[in-house]
Design a protein around this ligand. Structure first.
Ligand code: DSN
Length: 415
């Protein structure tokens, strides 16, 4: 990955690309929504399909010359059906947010009602935040996690749905460490005759591998992104029953997008093929084991974890009791200095601004791809604890930075 051809054309960009590879090699990527895709996925995304316009769907395009695009999209769709068991799949959304937009456009009218989890409790912007088109176009109310347990308050959700009578209930979250009980959300939606959209963006890979229960066949719509735990090309995906297939396809194109990013669809196809291999199940199991090991280490060091642990690929530490003087952004900055890249995150009952936040979210998908196991995750947890306990101590940070570099060197990336 020297980017020699780019360098000949554009040295400045080539330098930035090469520096990015070095950054990924020499840091621990723990942003829960990130992963390291294979070189095959990257090559597919960098392919000649970036040149092709293919508005429409396989066999029914608005342009000539789409035979290879058709083949790639059909492969992506058939592999996705095999991975998640969905009746209908659309692989064209440019992102997870675009996938959600496709569902809203297909099923709702402006002014209709969305009931979704509050962003500070683990939800997502595209589930109805006021700064997002969803908050501007629709009437939104939000349910919460139980602040005592950190688990979704399903009873409160059911009561809220009965009072609000939403048109759609959204489940699936961005900073929620526990397995989602899809049937309980479905029951709440059914009780008020609402649709149920399960957004599995973060856990696509865990669901495909059977490590997290699947909402496919439970919820009316399942959306996701394709570059997180599933480790395929960047973008989004929508799954639904045949009865909604036409409405969903029309909402994606021409409803909300023009030409699909066929190079990214190729990356999705390649990544889905990789995920159909038996090794992927082992990978997904290891992602969760690693998150458990990380969480246990942090708890042993006095950190408080939202919900007391994890069933998934991430842990969410609430620093308010253990480190009252350290904000989430203080911790994020100090950890980045030593080569641990994660994000400050709001926590249930957040008392600071979202820019500062009181928690840190740490995920294991990328480190697991690099071959980290529970023992190494315990070492990573110790590094995090040493830094957050000593955010202003340059000596401690210098010593931890060496341990981080050793871990990176022991688990090379993109050799
Ligand atoms: N940005 C992603 C995350 O970090 O959760 C969600 O879109």
């Amino acid at each position: 990955m020297n980017y020699d051809t780019v360098r000949e054309a554009d040295p400045a960009v080539a330098d930035a690309l090469a520096d990015e590879v070095d950054r990924q090699r020499d840091t621990l990527s723990m942003i829960a929504s990130e992963n390291h895709v294979s070189e095959a996925v990257m090559e597919a995304q960098g392919s000649a399909l970036t040149n092709k316009y293919a508005e429409g769907y396989p066999g029914s395009r608005y342009y000539a010359g789409c035979e290879n695009a058709d083949e790639v999209e059909e492969l992506a769709v058939s592999r996705a059906k095999e991975l998640w068991g969905a009746e209908h799949v659309n692989v064209q959304p440019h992102s997870g947010t675009q996938a959600n937009m496709g569902v809203y456009l297909a099923m709702l009218e402006p002014g209709d009602k969305i009931l979704s989890l509050d962003l500070t409790h683990g939800g997502h912007l595209s589930h109805g935040h006021q700064a997002n088109f969803t908050g501007q176009l629709f009437e939104v109310e939000q349910y919460e996690v139980d602040e005592g347990t950190g688990y979704v308050d399903y009873e409160g959700l059911r009561e809220h749905a009965e009072a609000f009578e939403p048109d759609i209930v959204v489940s699936g979250y961005s900073a929620y460490p526990r397995e989602v009980e899809w049937e309980r959300v479905q029951a709440a939606a059914d009780a008020v005759d609402a649709y149920h959209l399960a957004d599995i963006a973060h856990i696509t890979g865990l669901v495909a591998a059977g490590v997290h229960e699947s909402p496919v066949g439970v919820a009316d719509f399942v959306t996701g992104s394709t570059h997180k735990t599933i480790r395929a090309g960047r973008g989004g995906i929508i799954m639904c029953g045949e009865e909604h297939a036409d409405a969903i396809d029309s909402a994606v194109f021409p409803g909300s997008q023009g030409g699909p990013l066929m190079h990214n669809v190729a990356g999705k196809a390649v990544g889905f093929k990789e995920a159909l291999e038996p090794e992927f199940e082992t990978y997904a199991e290891r992602v969760v084991e690693n998150a458990e090991a990380l969480g246990e280490t942090l708890q042993d060091r006095g950190f408080s974890l939202v919900s007391g642990g994890t069933d998934t690929h991430l842990v969410l530490a609430d620093l308010r009791e253990s480190h009252p003087e350290v904000t989430g952004s203080d911790a994020e900055e100090a950890l980045e200095e030593v080569g641990i890249v994660l994000n400050a995150n709001t926590v249930p009952g957040e008392t600071r601004s979202p820019f500062v936040a009181s928690g840190i979210r740490a995920g294991t998908p990328a480190l697991t791809t690099r071959g980290f196991g529970p023992e190494e995750m315990a070492q990573v947890g110790a590094c995090i604890a040493d830094v957050v306990d000593n955010v202003d101590d340059a000596d401690v940070k210098a010593e931890v930075a060496e341990r981080v570099q050793d871990l990176c060197d022991e688990h090379p990336l993109y050799e």
